[in-house]
Design a protein around this ligand. Structure first.
Ligand SMILES: [Zn+2]
Length: 172
């Protein structure tokens, strides 16, 4: 069965042939971030793919990860192309480096996941929160249910730890 949901008024559909993404978003719907772990080389990977980018093995097992990481880079969107996102500008597109597998398989690699900045309940972050986040911010995953057992992973500030001052692109 294709999975069908809705996010911010937009329809989301994942067809049967895309089994790995159906599984990814269903794990998110159960509240724990899982990534594919290659059965041959054991490395985790993201984005979800049908084969290991390191050794081309197609078999994998879903492995739970902490869902915690550090902001590696970001883009700040002031002019949204997608109409749904216009109400949230300026918003952040994050590239979060997970704590797992940093510098593996070599020092240039790591598990980096993209997503939007959200508040702790999974709603898109307000400008006051956007202004406090930058490279080096410590983040944790939150999930926004979209129906059909699926959820979308978003990222919010980890308020359980002391945050160092993040680096931000200079204002123009
Ligand atoms: Zn592999």
């Amino acid at each position: 069965m294709p999975l069908q949901g809705e996010y911010l008024g937009m329809s989301v559909a994942i067809p049967d042939v895309d089994r790995p993404n159906q599984e990814f978003y269903t794990h998110c719907g159960q509240g724990v971030l899982h990534l594919q772990s290659c059965v041959k080389c054991t490395l985790l990977r993201y984005p979800t793919t049908t084969a290991c980018p390191w050794c081309a093995e197609s078999e994998y097992v879903w492995t739970p990860v902490s869902g915690k990481g550090t902001l590696y880079s970001y883009g700040e969107v002031h002019h949204a192309i997608q109409p749904t996102f216009q109400q949230f500008t300026p918003y952040l597109i994050l590239l979060v480096e997970l704590d797992e597998q940093r510098d593996r398989p070599n020092r240039f690699d790591g598990l980096r996941i993209n997503g939007n900045l959200a508040d702790a309940s999974g709603e898109m972050a307000k400008p006051e929160l956007v202004a406090t986040v930058g490279i080096g911010s410590r983040l944790r995953v939150v999930f926004k249910s979209i129906g059909d057992g699926m959820a979308i992973p978003l990222w919010t500030l980890d308020t359980e730890i002391k945050q160092e001052a993040p680096w931000r692109y200079p204002d123009n």
